[in-house]
Design a protein around this ligand. Structure first.
Ligand SMILES: NC(=O)c1ccc[n+]([C@@H]2O[C@H](COP(=O)([O-])OP(=O)(O)OC[C@H]3O[C@@H](n4cnc5c(N)ncnc54)[C@H](OP(=O)(O)O)[C@@H]3O)[C@@H](O)[C@H]2O)c1
Length: 451
């Protein structure tokens, strides 16, 4: 069956940085066959060669244009004009009705409703189209109210199974690995609760600031940009109960239940803003937007009662590191010098799993020392492991929706973020990560290291 991929926002940063390189990889590896047609939609009045010339200027990675160009078509459109959607439909259907069709909205979220309306009213997608899907980038809304408004409109036009909401963290190799590590290793599955686990740390630290994205970032901040989506997804995967089966819907049911039980008290939150943030272009000179979040959360259920989950994310910190760290409790009082076991799932930039155990030091003494069992995920693949967007585009192409977020996941996490926002916590200004670390350690006596 002929496959149609249509991307709105083809002149944007996401397209140049992620989507075009991912499409290139899928084409090179024959995941997209020759009968695939890719339609690049944007408002600039270009021919395809103009678009490619512009893309070459904007892109940092090399594209194999000889390979990719035969798949591409460029179409300029006014997204508020229904006639332009009707023309697009005629082009797509020029050789008979296209059935397998994907519409990817790589545009600011405020444009989601107008494009969705055009796609629906022109008949590009009808609710009965079995092989049609429409893809929305994050953030999905700015708060619960706006997310609900967008979603209500989408449900007027499309069936839930046609809607794919992206959280690109779910496409990362090691995030996909979380459930495998948890549920396919009996040593973890049987010890995954408050009896064995002391605390959980979920980190997503970035070294860089916000570059020139003041327009976007200053309205959003770290809570909405990172916690509502990526960190909540990580919490859900780590704390959810085992589903009856590992189908997409049963996994999502359990994730939603876990997030619904999440609690964060005001006194357990630290917000920060890096020094110099207010001088970035398009940032309000009196901005109170947070670029750093620390939150100590608890899951109120039998499995997790009393286990702190430390969430840490921010910009302009000491390093780029995204990890999930499970600190187990001390086991045996007889071995006082032993350390607690620790499982580290490394998400980025290094991908892998470390498990730290206690062993006797080599030699004649009886000293106990920690030893690391180190699995390097990236080393298993020649070259690089797949990029998140490669996996997500491939799943989209194959109508696999398990790595995309369902509406109730988004709704539940927005409720938490809205509640935190209501607290109106003023961010502290930080010069470096060390200052934040000192403050975090005051709130969290059980955190000795790992930050
Ligand atoms: N960039 C990333 O790394 C990244 C990561 C995760 C998620 N996202 C999400 O992906 C989406 C796109 O992000 P982006 O960084 O690519 O944004 P961007 O660079 O601002 O580009 C957005 C695209 O939307 C088009 N557009 C903007 N306003 C329009 C309008 N009124 N009518 C028609 N087209 C319009 C732009 O066309 P013109 O060129 O004509 O302005 C451009 O093609 C956003 O929802 C963002 O949150 C981005």
């Amino acid at each position: 069956m002929k496959k149609i991929i249509t991307i709105f926002g083809s002149t944007g940063n996401l397209m140049y940085k992620k989507l075009l390189p991912a499409l290139n990889t899928l084409i090179r590896n024959n995941y997209l066959t020759k009968d695939t047609e890719i339609y690049l939609i944007a408002r600039k009045d270009y021919f395809l060669d103009d678009y490619i010339a512009e893309a070459k200027k904007e892109m940092t990675s090399d594209i194999e244009w000889d390979l990719v160009k035969p798949f591409l078509n460029y179409i300029n459109m006014d997204i508020s004009n229904i006639n332009d959607y009707i023309k697009l439909k005629e082009i797509i259907n020029k050789n008979g009705d296209a059935l397998d069709k994907m519409f990817y909205l790589a545009v600011p979220p405020q444009l989601f409703p107008v494009i969705a309306k055009g796609i629906s009213e022109s008949g590009l997608i009808t609710k009965t189209d079995e092989f049609a899907r429409i893809v929305f980038e994050k953030p999905f809304g700015e708060d619960l109210k706006s997310a609900k408004e967008i979603n209500t409109k989408l449900w007027q036009y499309f069936e839930e199974k046609q809607i794919y909401r992206i959280d690109h963290y779910l496409g990362k190799e090691m995030i996909q690995n979380v459930l495998v590590v948890r549920f396919s290793n009996i040593i973890f599955e049987n010890n995954w609760d408050h009896n064995s686990i002391k605390n959980i740390i979920i980190l997503a630290k970035e070294k860089e600031g916000i570059f020139n994205r003041g327009n976007y970032y200053d309205k959003v901040g770290a809570l909405k940009d990172m916690v509502q989506s990526h960190l909540m997804q990580m919490v859900a995967l780590i704390t959810m109960e085992k589903p009856n089966s590992f189908t997409s819907d049963e996994i999502k049911d359990e994730k939603v239940k876990a997030i619904k039980s999440l609690r964060i008290e005001k006194e357990n939150i630290i917000l920060g803003q890096y020094e110099g943030y207010k001088n970035v272009k398009n940032v309000d000179f009196e901005s109170n937007t947070e670029t750093f979040v620390y939150a100590k959360a608890y899951i109120d259920n039998d499995r997790w009662r009393g286990v702190p989950i430390h969430l840490i994310t921010g910009k302009q910190l000491d390093e780029k590191r995204s990890e999930i760290i499970i600190n187990f409790k001390h086991t045996d009082k007889h071995f006082k010098s032993s350390k607690q076991n620790k499982l580290v799932i490394k998400v980025a930039p290094i991908e892998g799993v470390n498990f730290i155990i206690n062993v006797k030091e080599a030699g004649l003494n009886e000293k106990i020392v920690p030893a690391t069992l180190d699995y390097c995920h990236s080393c298993e693949v020649i070259g690089n492991t797949p990029e998140a967007y490669e996996k997500l585009l491939l799943d989209l192409s194959n109508q696999q929706n398990s790595l995309f977020t369902r509406w109730d996941e988004i709704e539940t996490s927005w409720k938490i973020i809205d509640d935190l926002k209501k607290q109106e916590i003023t961010p502290i200004i930080y010069k470096n990560y060390q200052e934040l670390k000192t403050k975090i350690l005051k709130v969290s006596e059980d955190l000795e290291y790992d930050l």
